[in-house]
Design a protein around this ligand. Structure first.
Ligand SMILES: C[S@@+](CC[C@H](N)C(=O)[O-])C[C@H]1O[C@@H](n2cnc3c(N)ncnc32)[C@H](O)[C@@H]1O
Length: 209
C-alpha cells in the first residue's frame, strides 16, 4: 500500500515537473557574448535551438538577419517562428557548403555522442562557428566535475524524460584540439557564471579561417 502511494507520488511530481517550461539555457548572457560576432544581413543557423529564445533575441535586435533554427525535438516557445526544421541531430544535407555566415552551437555538443559527425556538418555549412559549452577543469576533470556530469545525466533522464540522453563534457584543451582539426583560428572566451549549479567554467569557442 505504502509502495503504491509512493509510486503515485513520484508520478504526480513528474507530471508537475513536465508542465514547467524551463528555459534551456541562459539567454541574455550568451547573447551579449555572441553579438560581437554577428551582424545584419547575415545568415545564421542556431543548431540545437532548444526553446528558441536566443534566436528570438537575435531577430529582435537585428531586423535584417536571417535566423534559421534546427533541433532534434521542437521545444520552441514560439512554434510560429519561421525557418525551423527538425533533423536527425547529425546531418544538415539540405544546406550547401558555406551557406551560413555564422553557426551557433550553444550548450548542445555535450549531448551529442558522435560529435565528430555533427562537427563535420556544422563546419561544412558555416563560415564562422560559435560554440558555447560547460568546460571541465584541467588537466583532468575533478571529482566534482564528474558529479556535475552525473547530475546532468539524471536531469536529462528523469526531468527531461530523455531516455536516450547522452551527456559528456570536455576540458578546454580537448575542445581546442578537436576544433583545430577544422579551423586555423580558434579563440576562447571565458563566460563568467558562478552559481552553485554551475560549478564548471563556461566558455565560447569562435572558430574561423
Ligand atoms: C541544453 S539545451 C540548449 C538549447 C539552446 N541551444 C539554448 O542555449 O537554450 C540542449 C539542446 O540540444 C539539443 N540536441 C541534443 N542533441 C542534439 C543533436 N545531436 N543535434 C542538435 N541538437 C541536439 C536538445 O534537443 C536541446 O534543445
Amino acid at each position: 500500500m505504502l509502495k503504491k502511494l509512493f509510486a503515485w507520488l513520484i508520478l504526480l511530481i513528474q507530471y508537475f515537473i513536465s508542465k514547467i517550461r524551463l528555459p534551456t539555457g541562459p539567454k541574455n548572457r550568451v547573447f551579449n557574448h555572441i553579438r560581437n560576432h554577428i551582424d545584419n544581413n547575415q545568415r545564421v543557423l542556431n543548431v540545437g535551438c532548444g526553446d528558441g529564445i536566443l534566436s528570438e533575441l537575435i531577430r529582435l535586435n537585428y531586423s535584417d538577419m536571417y535566423v534559421y533554427d534546427a533541433d532534434v525535438v521542437d521545444l520552441r516557445h514560439n512554434k510560429k517562428s519561421s525557418n525551423f526544421h527538425l533533423f536527425d541531430g547529425y546531418h544538415l544535407s539540405q544546406y550547401d557548403t558555406g551557406y551560413f555566415d555564422v553557426v551557433l552551437v550553444i550548450y548542445v555538443l555535450h549531448h551529442v555522442k558522435h560529435r565528430n559527425i555533427l562537427l563535420d556538418e556544422i563546419m561544412r555549412v558555416g563560415k564562422t562557428i560559435l560554440i558555447v559549452e560547460d568546460i571541465l577543469h584541467e588537466p583532468k576533470a575533478t571529482i566534482l566535475d564528474h558529479f556535475f556530469t552525473f547530475t546532468h545525466r539524471l536531469w536529462a533522464r528523469f526531468v527531461c524524460k530523455d531516455k536516450e540522453a547522452y551527456v559528456e563534457f570536455w576540458t578546454k584543451s580537448k575542445w581546442s584540439n578537436t576544433l583545430y582539426n577544422y579551423r586555423a583560428n580558434i579563440t576562447y572566451t571565458n563566460i563568467p557564471e558562478k552559481k552553485w549549479y554551475h560549478y564548471v567554467d563556461h566558455g565560447m569557442f569562435v572558430c574561423s579561417n
